[in-house]
Write a protein that binds this ligand. Structure first.
Ligand SMILES: O=C(O)CCC(=O)C(=O)O
Ligand SMILES: [Fe+2]
Length: 917
């Protein structure tokens, strides 16, 4: 077979046809025979023999060419062709456009070898990324072959005369050989690593100002199903790319995943309905027959990760059940987005048969190899020891600055910013202040610590102190927050002191102190007027205050400080307390005026202000615990006053975030005995106050943020609508509406029928359902989704309840809560707001009253409030009480720190008001 000179006769064809069956094709999960889609005869490999002894070596030769032409890489020995079918196309036979499904593990493409047999027509048309290629395979006396990746759309045009005879093979890959891998990697390594480092720099910079995505996405060239989404099944160039990325990422500690993305475009579909087109990037959904070219106006266009998998075993890493739902893809993270976008979707191409969906990407790096930066970096390393390199470095930086594109362009380009930073550093290294100034014109992100180290040395060595000081000030301006400025200045100071030697004139030191005091003062001023002080900035301000005479400081900075957020103020107070504390340790009896100044300041800090504010500005549970402890230790307020304020503040909390970020962690601190005011007493007993605090906080959390369970809807039926003539489409929709259980109805139909349904069912504004047209199947689907307020409420309640249960459970795991919660334990632990309400109507707000009426200690019940090693408490048959006694004795309350704290002259400071009103 297949040798030239052999003539394939009608007789041969009939012999084949007598044994053959009609070729089927896959559509979704089904396998169909439909001669309007595919018309050809096929034999299984078991039904025929290839007797030509050279055949195997012929196939191997072809395979070698396939390997090269498809750019496979990874070792030719790892790619094989598995015979799949013998196909015979007689006159009128064809195969409509389709993609091949992956029929065996590792299959990545198809090879067809067209055997010599005279025929007309039967051209093979391949389409990929908008590129089309038509091939006329084989003739009477010669054979030829074609191969493609599984995601290439292809069709066989009708045979107009004669017979077209082909053998189809599955192209399968086993593994990549390690040698091949390292060869390929070696060629790209430098660039990859440099690029990743740049991204790293950009991430660094982002911590301060520049916005840079959390991850990078490297789009892959081929499409993958969820099943084939794993490293060893990647196709073509994708495999090599991902393996290189994997190596580079491994070296630098980045994680690499594979992901399917789904883009959802909602358009106005011209029928006054929102129409949703779903497709994976790069996939080609068959557009509707009748109106495919009229895309309506885009209403929204979003991309989500649909499936994120580990490289090696393809297991899913994203959380399908996540409360957040689908993870939105950050468009900025997408590398080479334009070429990517142009892949999507092509309505001229038709598929629908055995189509894969979704597109795949690797989280990756930005592919901008800026060699120049690694060059600079290398020179910088050498320059430390080599003066000529230093000069070269300066020259290079200057050359780059001279040659750079005009200012303003690209000013947000992170790589450019990073380069300018490097130039600034190099300038300091070579002590070229002019070069430094030029670079600084473009530096908008904070200079790294290294710069300040260099400033310190420079300051010690220079003869022009003024000039260096000016540059330090301009460098500090790049740091946005007080804390960063302060830390940077400390660096300068430290390196200055390390560098000046003993016989340097003391003048220089005096001058430096003067400079740093003045600079600190300016920085503090700026920070306070800017009004954006975070927690760490509050703490830094306290450090700065520690360098001053406190009274002066208070006069100058206190009013501005009081206008800052509560978290900043609390951090300031807590740090100041700490400073005072250590001053006491160091000097023993310290000047009581210092303490009282500190107290006065702290007192002023407790201004009315809401508790909320998150992340860096957040007053978290520990801050609150510290604040209370410090207040208590320094007798800035009495216990009762502090507790009273706290209780009323808690009553006014109105957002769940404050509960989650502040109060629950605070409760945890109480349970862990970190809050002195709420500790066990010396007999290991709980105080009624702590019982009250813990119980009422948790109760109010559950009552306010979970709430009572809304009724779940049991009946989804709705009123019927539809046309008067009671057409069958309207009747079908009405049956759906009447159904008490169906929530979503899907009706595949042509545009005119959809229009009719739309007219009949969307004519009322207060309908309780939404209508969408799904475009990703043929014909399009008119989809109706019922709404039910009760159901929506119920779902969101359930989410809140589950969330709260998780949080309360986490507390309970840290420390058993029963002894605090007493009778309320079950209701609270199950986050059951209804039961809490019921218990409270029967017993009244028992804990609060008990606390007020009975100032005695509540004996420990059930379990210990102290964390215990799991091995003791879990599964132990000992009675809970045995543990408790032992534990209670061990955990006797330590002598109150207030016993040996400094007594303050005068009265206690009053009022800690954290509330708003
Ligand atoms: O006959 C051909 O050339 C292509 C056959 C084909 O596309 C298939 O078997 O999937
Ligand atoms: Fe095919």
């Amino acid at each position: 077979m297949g040798e030239s000179g052999y003539h394939f006769s009608k007789h041969d064809a009939e012999a084949i046809i007598s044994k053959a069956r009609q070729s089927p094709f896959g559509k979704g999960a089904e396998t169909l025979v439909d001669t309007t889609v595919r018309k050809s005869w096929q034999l299984e490999p078991s039904q025929f023999q290839i007797r030509n002894p050279q055949w195997n070596s012929t196939v191997n030769k072809i395979l070698g060419q396939v390997y090269t032409n498809l750019g496979l890489g990874g070792g030719a020995q790892n790619v094989s062709a598995q015979l799949y079918k013998l196909l015979l196309y007689e006159e009128g036979a064809f195969f409509k456009p389709h993609k091949d499904s992956e029929k065996s593990p590792g299959m990545f493409g198809t090879l067809v070898i067209c055997l010599s047999s005279a025929h007309q027509g039967g051209d093979l048309v391949l389409t990929h990324n908008k590129e089309t290629m038509t091939m006329s395979l084989a003739s009477e006396f010669s054979m030829s072959w074609a191969a493609w990746y599984s995601d290439v759309l292809h069709e066989v045009k009708p045979v107009t005369s004669g017979y077209r005879l082909v053998l189809t093979y599955n192209l399968v890959r086993q593994n990549w050989s390690p040698e091949e891998m390292s060869l390929v990697y070696g060629r790209h390594k430098d660039q990859l690593v440099t690029a990743l480092r740049q991204y790293e720099t950009c991430l660094e910079a982002r911590r301060f100002q520049y916005d840079c995505p959390d991850y990078l996405i490297h789009p892959l060239g081929h499409q993958y199903t969820q099943v084939s989404l794993r490293a060893n099944q990647l196709k073509g160039a994708d495999l090599g790319q991902v393996q290189c990325l994997q190596k580079a990422a491994g070296e630098l500690g980045f994680a690499l995943y594979l992901a399917n993305m789904e883009k959802t475009v909602v358009r106005d579909d011209g029928e006054n309905m929102a129409r949703r087109d779903n497709y994976g990037y790069g996939s080609r959904w068959n557009a509707d027959d009748d109106d495919d070219d009229e895309y309506g106006e885009e209403i929204s266009n979003e991309t989500y990760f649909r499936f994120v998998a580990r490289l090696d075993n393809g297991t899913r890493v994203d959380d399908d059940e996540s409360l957040l739902g689908r993870v939105h893809v950050d468009a900025d993270a997408m590398l080479d987005r334009e070429s990517y976008e142009s892949n999507v979707p092509d309505d001229k191409e038709r598929s629908g048969f055995t189509g894969n969906e979704g597109c795949t990407a690797t989280y990756w790096y930005r592919n901008t190899g800026r060699e120049i930066r690694s060059w600079v970096k290398r020179l910088q390393n050498d320059a430390d020891s080599d003066v000529s390199k230093m000069q070269e470095l300066a020259e290079l930086c200057k050359a780059v600055l001279d040659g750079r594109p005009g200012r303003g362009r690209d000013s947000k380009d992170p790589f450019r910013i990073a380069f300018m930073q490097q130039t600034a550093l190099a300038a300091l290294q070579v002590e070229n202040l002019d070069l430094f100034d030029r670079a600084m014109k473009d530096v908008t992100t904070p200079l790294p610590e290294e710069a300040y180290r260099r400033f310190g040395c420079l300051m010690a060595r220079t003869s022009d102190t003024d000039a260096v000081e000016t540059r330090v000030v301009s460098a500090l301006k790049t740091a946005r927050y007080l804390n960063m400025k302060y830390q940077s200045l400390l660096k300068v100071e430290q390196h200055f002191r390390d560098t000046v030697s003993g016989d340097d004139i003391p003048d220089q030191r005096v001058r430096f102190s003067y400079f740093s005091e003045k600079t600190l003062e300016e920085m503090a001023d700026q920070a306070i007027t800017s009004g954006t002080m975070r927690k760490v900035d509050g703490a830094s301000l306290a450090d700065i205050a520690g360098r001053w005479d406190l009274v002066n400081f208070a006069g100058r900075f206190l009013p501005g400080l009081l206008a800052q957020g509560v978290a900043c103020k609390a951090a300031f107070a807590n740090r100041l307390f700490k400073l005072l504390d250590s001053a006491r340790d160091e000097y023993g009896d310290i000047d009581t005026s210092l303490v009282s100044d500190g107290q006065q300041m702290c007192k002023a800090i407790y201004m009315r202000r809401e508790m909320k504010a998150y992340d860096e500005t957040l007053l978290n549970g520990d801050d609150l615990a510290d604040l209370l402890n410090n207040t208590f230790n320094l007798k800035a307020a009495s216990e009762d006053q502090a507790r009273g304020q706290l209780t009323s503040s808690i009553k006014s909390v109105t957002d769940s975030a404050t509960y989650v970020h502040t109060l629950l962690p605070f409760i945890k601190a109480i349970l862990e005995q970190k809050v002195e005011m709420y500790r066990l007493d010396s007999d290991g007993q709980l105080s009624p106050q702590s019982v009250q605090m813990v119980t009422s906080s948790l109760e109010s959390y559950i009552t306010r943020f979970v709430g009572k369970e809304p009724k779940a809807p049991s009946d989804w039926s709705q009123l019927t609508r539809g046309c008067r003539s009671r057409c069958s489409d309207c009747a079908a929709v009405n049956r759906f509406l009447q159904s008490s259980t169906q929530k979503v109805g899907r009706f595949p139909m042509s545009k005119s029928r959809r229009q009719h349904l739309h007219d009949c069912f969307n004519n009322d504004s207060d309908v309780q359902y939404t209508i969408e047209t799904l475009r990703n199947s043929e014909p399009n689907i008119w989809q109706i989704t019922k709404h039910n307020k009760h159901y929506d409420n119920y779902e969101s309640w359930k989410r809140r309840r589950d969330d709260a249960t998780k949080r309360v459970k986490a507390l309970q795991e840290a420390v058993p809560l029963h002894s605090y919660l007493g009778d309320m334990a079950e209701a609270v632990l199950s986050c059951d707001a209804a039961r809490i309400a019921e218990a409270r109507t029967h017993s009244g707000p028992s804990t609060e009253q008990a606390a007020a009426v009975t100032p005695s200690r509540v004996p420990l019940q059930n379990t210990s409030p102290n964390p215990q090693p799991a091995s003791v408490s879990r599964g132990s048959k000992r009675s809970a009480n045995d543990d408790l006694v032992a534990n209670g004795e061990k955990r006797a309350r330590p002598a109150s720190p207030s016993d040996n704290s400094v007594q303050t002259p005068g009265k206690l400071v009053d009022i800690i008001d954290l509330t708003d009103d």
